[in-house]
Design a protein around this ligand. Structure first.
Ligand code: PLP
Length: 475
């Protein structure tokens, strides 16, 4: 399997070659040159598989330059009941992503049972093991530099802690994360994890990462890499749970399901798109946004108009507060019929801070063929949905999952089972739960007293040079 760039001007690469990198040299994102189709017999065989076996069956098609036995070992060590132990009462951790049924035809797929209580652990835990394996094989090391407003950073740190050949330098906006998220990250004592709290906002942190990455000499000298959401292996790992969720919600492979997906950078739902392209019987992919509705605007109007930082709202579903959806270019490439010239023209506009209109040239007419619909949600909607799900079903959900369920119920095709992806547990967002329900969220036993643990971080001015000096000193 070779991977091509959405901008069409980079050489095709193998899975291992793109694993540790970010963007393609031409500025595009990597995608498989074609999607493997899963035939009816193969789909039938997959129905009975446990999570690790299913992951092996799917990921071996994408990571085909890793020896099958080694990939199997990495997957077996990743998807364990011990790592994904924070399941809801009554669910079996051995399922890794248990399906909860609210009522017939309405389900929640639990993706947030990993160490940081958010779905990013589903892919990131595998990434930690893949990185360690490939770095050891090539005799290399890597210094991961990232920016986080919460979920990505903690997920990356819990995936990379203690891994040989890897250090993590994670920037976060000082004082802007929740107490829980701060405690989760800053309480890690592993010597290969470095938390850097920047006096600024999340976009300042992201700008520092860009500035450091654009210093090619520094980047090469210090083996700087990233784990942001455009990483192909993360998207690939997320394909697996669409299959798992599909099998759990159906009795046979003639049935269809719809998925609703709380979305920000479009990584999660991009994996759903690829599962559908592989032949999984998915009816709708329902993209849910919060007030930062750049994706909803596209799926309603055909116009993709990224926002500037100042237009990006700080909401109660903060992991979806994005100004542009970094993985969206992958779907756009498919929508354009894989015409890289078209994608280059579109992102020529985007990279200048402008919009493009996919109605021109008739591309937008094909969106429905890909199953996409969308909607958005507000703070009041989130609280009302959390309350509704609690009162009607006795299930507590977080604000992001609430955005998904709100939009999912609005846009679903009646008669088709709806699987709502749970992207975080309510324990991470205590203030919103208190506002919605007047009570504290349930917290997994393993997280009791988290905020009281000793914390470890350094604070810095919003200054790329200072960050570079710190990395140089500590790597
Ligand atoms: C990252 C995240 C999202 C958005 O996922 P994308 O893949 O960026 O679309 C939604 N909810 C939570 C809790 C997240 O952490």
């Amino acid at each position: 399997m070779l991977y091509v760039s959405t901008r069409g001007q980079s050489r095709p690469q193998t899975f291992s070659q793109i694993l540790l990198g970010g963007l393609a040299p031409d500025g595009g994102l990597y995608l498989p040159e074609s999607y493997p189709r899963i035939g009816a017999d193969e789909l039938a065989a997959m129905r009975g598989m446990d999570y690790a076996a299913l992951a092996q069956a799917i990921l071996s098609r994408y990571a085909d330059d890793i020896a099958a036995a080694d990939l199997k070992d990495l997957i077996q060590r990743t998807y364990t009941a011990q790592t994904y132990c924070n399941v809801r009462p009554g669910s079996d951790a051995a399922d890794i992503t248990p399906l909860s049924t609210l009522e017939p035809g309405l389900h929640i797929l639990q993706l947030s049972n990993g160490p940081t209580l958010a779905f990013k652990d589903m892919a990131m835990q595998l990434l930690g093991n893949l990185f360690e394996y490939v770095l050891a094989r090539e005799g290399q090391h890597l210094n991961i530099l990232g920016a986080t407003s919460g979920d990505t950073g903690s997920s990356a740190e819990y995936a990379m802690r203690g891994k040989r050949g890897i250090r993590v330098f994670m920037l976060s906006p000082l004082g802007k994360m929740s107490r829980f998220q701060t405690a989760q990250m800053f309480s890690l004592q592993d010597p290969n994890i470095f938390n850097i709290a920047v006096r600024g906002v999340f976009d300042d942190c992201q700008d520092i990462v860009k500035a450091v990455s654009n210093d090619h000499a520094f980047k090469a000298q210090h083996a700087i890499g990233t784990v942001n959401s455009i990483n192909w292996a993360r998207v690939a790992a997320q394909i697996v749970y669409y299959f798992k969720g599909y099998f759990a919600a159906t009795q046979n492979n003639d049935q269809q399901v719809s998925f609703c997906v709380p979305s920000g950078n479009f990584g999660n739902v991009c994996a759903g798109h690829i599962a559908r392209m592989m032949g999984l019987p998915i009816r709708q992919l329902i993209v849910a946004t919060n007030e930062n509705d750049v994706l909803d605007e596209f799926f309603r109007s055909g116009v993709y108009r990224p926002r500037v930082a100042a237009e990006t709202l700080h909401t109660s579903s903060p992991s979806m507060d994005i100004s542009k959806a970094s993985n969206f270019e992958r779907f756009a490439f498919d929508l354009a019929g894989r015409d890289a010239t078209c994608v280059r023209a579109w992102w020529g506009e985007v990279d200048q801070g402008r919009a493009f209109d996919a109605k021109q040239g008739g591309y937008f007419d094909r969106v429905a063929d890909y199953g996409f619909v969308s909607g958005s949600s507000s703070h009041a909607d989130r609280l009302a949905t959390i309350r509704m799900v609690w009162e009607k079903y006795g299930t507590m959900i977080d604000t992001h999952t609430a955005d998904g369920i709100k939009v999912g119920l609005e846009k679903r095709d009646p008669g088709v089972p709806l699987v709502c992806l749970e992207t975080a547990l309510p324990a991470k967002f205590e203030d919103a739960i208190r506002a919605a329900l007047g009570r504290e969220p349930e917290r997994p036993a393993a997280m009791a007293g988290l905020e009281a643990l000793p914390q470890r971080s350094v604070s810095m001015d919003n200054d790329a040079a200072a960050v570079k000096a710190y990395i140089a000193q500590n790597c």
